[in-house]
Design a protein around this ligand. Structure first.
Ligand code: SF4
Length: 423
């Protein structure tokens, strides 16, 4: 088989892994300039926030396992291919030299056994790092069930390593991925976490920022909507992965119905993209706003509200927390206000050191007033031009309001009138 054919097959097979943000994009003509759909070029973000383009491929799509949701599963009648480590290393270097990519995202199905698959992947990475002297970004997927020696070796070679947990509960995993076990997923994640910590402690103080073991940390992916798991179970799992396993990132992948099975959603159903979007918003709140998963979803409301972003939904359920005074609230309290992000909260704290903020200062420091104004006071007075009843407020904060902007009174600086908090 020609290498270009292997690349087409294994680039296409890799597109269901969402750990690279632009992967699998099909919105534009796939042959057009800048398209992310061709032969597995995708984009990702490095530890220092740079966007890098990566060659995204599988080592092989031959798989011994039979995960129900996966296109590469053993029981699918599917064109299969496998790269030799030398082929893939040469391909990566030739793309790199032509300035098409800055790194590699390497995943794989399970060929023969987890160890044999990992050995091929590691051989590819060794060729890149040791033979070609490649210093670019490498994100590699570790294969659950591989030996700890191989997991460690991968951590030494790759910038980021990920192990996909795929399902948020043990029951979901048993049902849809019967060849995998919770232990085979958790064990390597713990090993990678501890390995990173050990190397960090070994570094001399002067080089403490230079991490040699998996410098960009580890990430994972959870599939959304393939099983009956609710958002509460998914966010609880994410919280655990951030707190206990020190993951850098959890990715959520709306299930694309590709396989027919009574345990899966209908082949005709649409991927739950809005749900995926809400989970990403909630995940952002966990990582940067110090929300806990139980604050966003509960036994009574186990699903995220699809009409509201999770922070607005939380605010509507906690109206007694508001109003927040812009000139007096601490940083964490400011972060709870819809329309105030980490940057605007920092700017508020900085500006307050020199002067008291006035309403006309607020949009200039990045506060999104169409959301925040209902929840804040400034110099003792409400910023919103009027205070709506709860159902109206819900509408004003919902995505529908964005679409029906003409129905909603726009808040401009000129309209900012004070309403006494006592009113
Ligand atoms: S192990 Fe499961 S998810 Fe991974 S490629 Fe094989 S069938 Fe797909």
């Amino acid at each position: 088989m020609l290498i270009s054919d292997k690349l087409n097959i294994l680039g296409e097979s890799a597109r269901y892994d969402v750990s690279c943000s632009s992967s699998g994009s099909t919105g534009r003509d796939s042959g057009s300039f800048g398209s992310a759909a061709v032969s597995g070029i995708c984009h990702s973000w490095t530890e220092d926030g740079r966007c890098v383009s990566l060659l995204k491929v599988l080592m092989t799509n031959h798989c011994e396992y039979d995960c129900l949701y996966c296109i590469n599963r053993r029981s699918n009648d599917h064109v299969r291919a496998i790269f030799e480590p030398e082929e893939l290393a040469d391909l990566t270097i030739s793309f790199y030299r032509r300035n098409m990519i800055e790194g590699l995202f390497l995943s794989s199905a399970v060929w023969r056994s987890p160890d044999q698959t990992m050995e091929r992947m590691i051989r590819t990475l060794e060729l890149l790092r040791d033979h070609h002297g490649f210093g670019g970004y490498i994100h590699a997927k570790a294969i659950p069930g591989a030996s700890s020696t191989l997991i460690h070796r991968m951590g030494m070679l790759a910038d980021r390593v990920s192990i996909n947990v795929e399902q948020a509960t043990t029951a979901g995993l048993k049902l849809l991925a019967p060849d995998k076990s919770v232990h085979s997923l958790a064990q390597p994640m713990l090993q990678l976490r501890d390995g990173r910590q050990e190397y960090k402690e070994l570094m001399p103080r002067s080089q403490v920022k230079k991490q040699v073991f998996m410098p960009a940390g580890q990430s994972t992916q959870i599939i959304i909507g393939a099983s009956s798991e609710n958002d509460k179970q998914i966010l609880r799992m994410s919280q655990k992965l951030y707190d206990d396993y020190q993951l850098k990132r959890v990715y959520y992948s709306a299930y694309i119905p590709i396989n027919s099975n009574p345990l899966l959603p209908s082949i005709w159903s649409a991927p739950p993209l809005l749900r995926e979007h809400r989970l990403y918003q909630a995940d952002w709140l966990l990582r940067f706003y110090k929300f806990k998963s139980d604050e966003l979803v509960s036994d009574a409301n186990p699903e995220l509200d699809l009409e509201l972003d999770p922070k607005c939904a939380w605010a509507l359920q906690h109206l007694d927390f508001f109003p927040v005074d812009i000139n007096r609230a601490d940083y964490q309290t400011l972060l709870r206000v819809p329309g105030i992000g980490t940057i605007s909260a920092r700017r508020i704290m900085a500006a307050r050191r020199s002067h008291s903020l006035r309403p006309e200062n607020l949009s200039g420091i990045g506060i999104v007033l169409k959301r925040a104004s209902w929840f804040i006071t400034c110099q003792g007075k409400y910023v919103a031009p009027f205070y709506p009843e709860a159902s109206k407020l819900r509408f004003l904060l919902s995505d529908k309001a964005g679409r029906k902007r003409q129905d909603v009174r726009q808040i401009s600086l000129e309209e900012l009138q004070y309403h006494d908090t006592a009113n």
